[in-house]
Design a protein around this ligand. Structure first.
Ligand SMILES: [Fe+2]
Length: 192
């Protein structure tokens, strides 16, 4: 019998512990389960902690401990449906937290936020009901032609969703490309 571990948590080293704690608690609708001057643990579901923020131990420069690391690109969180993703988008926008890179990957509809340290956090919803269907899409021509996908306007998506456009229509590259012209995703990722 195979023993497959499930992902449990990540620990981010940061020099802005309080700002990171507050931002992740807002974005993930999480709460603090423990904190002291060195470390802070948060969770948002049945796991006892999902993220922790650690002040760097003195005398251990990151570049010496992990000399081949070029940094973290992003972490990602999946909602069960488009309504969940758009509700979180709307509530975070009201708090002044807006996505930096909205991408219609084809396989997922994604919103990339930047945390206070500058790292990206992807909030997403799967566009296919099964991993098998998603893998079929990733082997197809649309994905091969552009494995990143177009940037879309999330405010327009929310407006269309509220006026009854089906999620199956909104969660497509066709819908994304039908909106106003957008910058390339890589230009948005590289923006300061
Ligand atoms: Fe991702």
């Amino acid at each position: 019998m195979a023993h497959t571990p499930k992902f449990a948590h990540a620990v981010l080293m940061t020099n802005r512990r309080d700002a990171m704690r507050d931002w992740y608690c807002a974005v993930l609708d999480a709460h603090v389960v423990y904190e002291d001057p060195m470390i802070c643990f948060i969770t948002y579901d049945e796991e006892h902690h999902r993220l922790a923020f650690l002040s760097p131990p003195p005398g251990q420069p990151f570049a010496e401990r992990a000399p081949h690391s070029a940094g973290l690109m992003h972490t990602a969180y999946t909602f069960s449906d488009l309504g969940g993703l758009l509700a979180r988008y709307e509530s975070l926008k009201a708090r002044g937290i807006e996505p930096r890179v909205p991408i219609q990957h084809g396989v997922t509809t994604s919103l990339y936020y930047r945390d206070p340290d500058g790292q990206f956090v992807e909030m997403q919803v799967d566009n296919f009901a099964s991993a098998e269907d998603a893998n079929d899409y990733m082997r197809g021509s649309e994905f091969a032609a552009d494995p990143v996908g177009p940037v879309y306007d999330p405010a327009l998506m929310l407006a269309d969703f509220k006026r009854g456009v089906p999620a199956a229509t909104l969660q497509t590259r066709g819908w994304a490309l039908g909106g106003p012209p957008q910058p390339h995703a890589m230009a948005l990722f590289a923006a300061p």
